[in-house]
Design a protein around this ligand. Structure first.
Ligand SMILES: *[C@@H]1O[C@H](CO)[C@@H](O)[C@H](O)[C@H]1NC(C)=O
Ligand SMILES: *[C@@H]1O[C@H](CO)[C@@H](O)[C@H](O)[C@H]1NC(C)=O
Ligand SMILES: *[C@@H]1O[C@H](CO)[C@@H](O)[C@H](O)[C@H]1NC(C)=O
Ligand SMILES: *[C@@H]1O[C@H](CO)[C@@H](O)[C@H](O)[C@H]1NC(C)=O
Ligand SMILES: *[C@@H]1O[C@H](CO)[C@@H](O)[C@H](O)[C@H]1NC(C)=O
Ligand SMILES: *[C@@H]1O[C@H](CO)[C@@H](O)[C@H](O)[C@H]1NC(C)=O
Ligand SMILES: *[C@@H]1O[C@H](CO)[C@@H](O)[C@H](O)[C@H]1NC(C)=O
Ligand SMILES: *[C@@H]1O[C@H](CO)[C@@H](O)[C@H](O)[C@H]1NC(C)=O
Ligand SMILES: *[C@@H]1O[C@H](CO)[C@@H](O)[C@H](O)[C@H]1NC(C)=O
Length: 403
């Protein structure tokens, strides 16, 4: 996810938009999603069937599902790219052919503005910093520098002319191994570093879609059929009705991303005592706690052998304990009990620490006290529907939802 809070300050002061650090936590009646009898938003499914466009998604997997990505076309004639779809940022960010030497770019397909008849730029510079990278490292610190430009952007046949794009000429090495070329932000305009009206908001304003809603089905690689739906939801992917999550409206409007309230986190039904707010971020692979202590408050109910191994927020467990350590994590969001099953505990071998496996919650935070970030770890077990007009997130169960 992008570092958001400072961006709001810096971009007003200097002509270079700087998104700096986001930093990015009890007791209602809990009803499981499957127990819900009637759809709270009956119109969702209908609208979805009427005019939604869907894009199949691939999955970048390395020990755990890291990111989901699909096709994006830019320019006239269209140049094809792959992109992550990131609810934790709001820019359209792609490398340009000017990015010739950074390993963060050279592995990727780059946009050639000289080959597009609809390309425009005023050569204004921008810089964007990401609080979480494509992977699970606690200190990815991905940064991109580029120029702000305009061109046609399309996904699944839905095009926006004159979309503001951040075209990079420099990207830090962390972008290199990503199996997609760019990042397409699905957050609100406030969180945009390039001053862009977000792509999906443009589709809504241009009445290119019937409903101001997009749906994400981030199934695990072994299940497949992951999908982004623009302008509705895909009811075929759900096994329950969609249920709205209580939003933290204040923070949603301050940060420009979907921020929810949760009233509890429990490990094997034992409460941690943590209640706070969280950005639900499709661009973060795992979970980020506001501090190492908050992460430890969860881990101490899982195993005494989970230890902080990187002061920036990396935790690990001996790999030979993963199979005999069982932790079911329940996060209470309003009336919903959102379940993260035990197989999420390890995200794979800890780089540079033989015998240790990295665990799914990073500490360190994203720069906003108390704010958690919940990403792929949770989204892969639920269908999510994002209403940009109501600024409301709803979840439904899927075939993967843990019982
Ligand atoms: C871009 O992708 C589309 C759909 O995958 C394909 O039909 C088209 O030929 C591709 N265009 C180029 C220039 O690769
Ligand atoms: C590429 O670099 C040239 C020369 O520095 C500059 O004029 C141009 O605006 C850059 N284009 C992009 C898309 O970065
Ligand atoms: C790009 O588009 C934005 C919004 O549509 C517009 O305000 C801006 O002037 C355009 N920039 C250029 C260089 O055409
Ligand atoms: C990432 O940023 C944090 C906070 O600014 C810093 O402490 C850390 O050293 C950086 N990590 C790398 C790999 O640059
Ligand atoms: C979220 O939490 C804030 C502060 O605790 C509270 O004011 C707000 O009403 C909560 N939102 C919902 C929808 O419960
Ligand atoms: C919701 O946001 C408000 C305002 O930022 C914050 O004070 C409050 O702690 C948040 N609520 C929860 C439950 O975290
Ligand atoms: C844990 O179990 C999985 C699947 O049963 C197996 O592939 C893996 O080798 C086991 N790991 C250890 C460290 O025993
Ligand atoms: C899991 O297995 C390891 C290695 O055999 C052992 O040290 C540990 O105590 C076991 N943990 C549990 C919870 O059984
Ligand atoms: C994939 O996982 C291995 C083992 O944890 C790690 O060494 C490597 O850096 C990871 N690759 C990426 C691109 O994250």
């Amino acid at each position: 996810m992008e570092f958001v809070s400072l961006a709001l300050t810096f971009s007003a002061l200097v002509n270079i938009a700087v998104a700096a650090s986001i930093p990015a936590r009890r007791g209602p009646v809990v009803v499981s999603l499957t127990a819900r009898r009637s759809p709270p938003r009956a119109s969702f499914g209908k609208l979805g069937k009427r005019a939604a466009s869907s894009e199949p998604l691939g999955d970048w997997f390395n020990g755990t599902d890291l990111q989901w990505f699909g096709q994006v076309q830019i320019g006239t004639p269209p140049q094809n790219f792959t992109s992550e779809f990131d609810t934790g940022s709001s820019d359209v960010l792609f490398p340009s052919t000017n990015c010739t030497s950074d390993p963060g770019c050279t592995a990727h397909k780059r946009f050639d503005p000289t080959k597009s008849s609809t390309f425009k730029t005023a050569n204004q510079a921008f810089r964007i910093d990401f609080a979480t990278g494509g992977g699970v490292a606690p200190s990815d610190n991905e940064t991109a520098l580029g120029i702000i430009a305009n061109d046609t952007v399309a996904i699944a046949g839905l095009a926006v002319a004159n979309q503001v794009i951040g075209l990079t000429y420099s990207q830090t090495p962390g972008f290199g191994p990503e199996t997609f070329d760019g990042i397409l932000g699905l957050g609100f305009g406030l969180a945009s570093t390039t001053g862009a009206k977000p792509f999906f908001q443009s589709l809504v304003d241009n009445k290119a879609v019937d409903a101001p809603v997009y749906g994400l089905y981030f199934s695990p690689l072994k299940v497949g059929n992951a999908e982004l739906t623009l302008g509705g939801v895909d009811s075929a992917k759900m096994t329950s009705a969609l249920v709205p999550i209580p939003m933290n409206t204040t923070q949603t409007q301050e940060i420009g991303l979907f921020v929810i309230n949760f009233s509890g986190i429990a490990v094997n039904k034992k409460a941690t005592g943590i209640a706070s707010s969280a950005v639900i971020d499709s661009g973060t692979s795992n979970v980020v706690a506001p501090s190492n202590d908050d992460a430890m408050a969860v881990y101490k109910l899982i195993s005494p052998n989970i230890k902080l191994v990187d002061p920036l927020g990396g935790f690990a467990i001996p790999c030979d304990e993963v199979n005999n350590t069982s932790a079911t994590i329940d996060i209470t969001m309003g009336t919903l009990r959102v379940r993260i099953p035990p197989q999420e505990l390890s995200v794979g071998p800890y780089p540079g620490k033989p015998g240790l496996c990295q665990t799914f919650i990073n500490g360190g935070g994203v720069g906003i006290p108390g704010l958690w970030v919940i990403g792929g770890t949770m989204l892969k077990y639920y269908y999510s529907a994002w209403d940009v007009s109501k600024q409301e997130l709803s979840l439904a169960t899927t075939m993967q939802t843990a019982p």
